[in-house]
Every structure is written in structure tokens, then in C-alpha cells.
Design a protein around this ligand. Sequence first.
Ligand code: DGL
Length: 265
Amino acid sequence: MYQNAYPIGVLDSGIGGLTVVRQLQRLLPGEDILYYGDSANCPYGNRSEDEIFALTLKMLRFLESRQVKCVAIACNTISTLTDRLRPHCPFPLISIVESSADYIVREKLKRVGLIATEFTVKTDVYNQRVHAQDPDCEIISKGSPNLAALIDRGDFNQSAINEEITECVDVILAKAPVEHLLLACTHFPIVSENFRACFPQLALIDPAEQQAESVKNLLVYRQLSNPQIRGKLTVCTSGETEVYEAVSKRLGLYGPASCEAVPLE
Ligand code: DGL
């Protein structure tokens, strides 16, 4: 079956999943990681469900061809389709939505603001999963049509990013006085300083931390951990590799050891 030395696969619509890589490297430093980011087709958040499903299947086939032992679906937008994707994969899929919704319930949070792509917000999956476990917890959501795309271009134009953040979070705060804000799009923790500067009173939740915990639990449970001391990161993308190098530095990642341009076929 799956070998301990195989890498953990991580996929995302673009660079956002590097925020999950950051948490995986912190928690599981011995693991090799194979990352695929579909920057050529980013943003996914403004696409149809069938388009997202078809593109994701291609990424999964690629990761499968490189022999991974599990795949962390870093992208929240893609994670909303986890149940539909699971029957197509021979390896376990770890959904970032499931991990972070369960965290909200465990922490007994009763009112949480959530900013994500428009697609994620429309599917209502966070609400559904949280409410199934705690009907008293309220999730107040707002979708952003622009923020992920701005970040994926590596365009850290502070005023454009701050404007988009302020516009979305103001909508949430106008509905309810939340104290916690879930950054439910992997791209958003890359600009967490911008969120902090605009809304210093809010406690930010980065779902990447919970997803890394879920990956660790899975590997331990299935006895699939890699015993080596330091793993390597390999990044593949359908887009420009330079942005991945730059964002990896910005996030303080170890590596990437290599950054390959691989078209999505
Ligand atoms: N990274 C994706 C997420 O976490 C969003 C970016 C996109 O729209 O492609 O939802």
C-alpha cells in the first residue's frame, strides 16, 4: 500500500495552499511535500462547480502519477466538493473545510465571521457542517470576488488589498459584532498583516493550522509518517514559477527544492 516515504500531496487553485505548506512544515518537518497550484486557471472562486470539479480531477491525476500517500485539499473552494471528489481517489483526501469547521465547534465559538470566495460562501458548507454539530453557532459570511486573484498575481498592492478587505469585513460587522474572523480562503493568510492593520480588534483564524493537524492525525493513525529529519518541498504549477518562489520566501518556507512549470492536462 502507500509508502511512508511518499510525499504528502497538496493542491490549490494557486499560491494560497503555500499557507498550508507552512503549517505542515511546522508540524511535520520530516515529510516530503508535492504541491500543485493551478495558477493558470485561478481564480476558481468565480467558476461553476463542474468547472472546478473537472480542473481538480486533473490536479489529482497529476499527484497520483507522482505517487502521493494522501492529498490535503488546501483550497477552501475545492474542499466544498470533497464528497464528490473522494470516490475518484485511491488515497485519503483531507478537506480544509471539514478541519476548520470542526475546530470552531470544538472551541465552542458561538459567532464567527467568515471571509471566503463567493463560491465557498454560496455553497454554505461551513454553516451546514458547524450547525450539524452546534445549532447555536452562527457563521456570518461574506464572499470576495477579487481578493484571491489580486494575491495570486503576487500583486501585493497594499491599498487595493486593504480596500477589498475593508469592504468585505465591514459587511460582516454590520450584520453582527463578531470577535473572530475565519480566513476561509487559503490565499488570505498570506496578507494577514493587512487584515490585522484594518481590523486589529478581530482574532484571525487560519484554517491551515487545523488542516495540518488533520494530516498529522491521519498519518499517525495509518502509520504512514516519514521518519526522516527534514523533508523537501517540490512545487509544480500551471502558472509562473517566480510568484511561488517569492511567496515561499514571504511565508518563511523551507524550500522549495524545485519549482516546476507543469501544464494541467
Ligand atoms: N485558494 C482558494 C480558496 O481557498 C481561492 C482562490 C480562488 O478563487 O481560486 O478558496
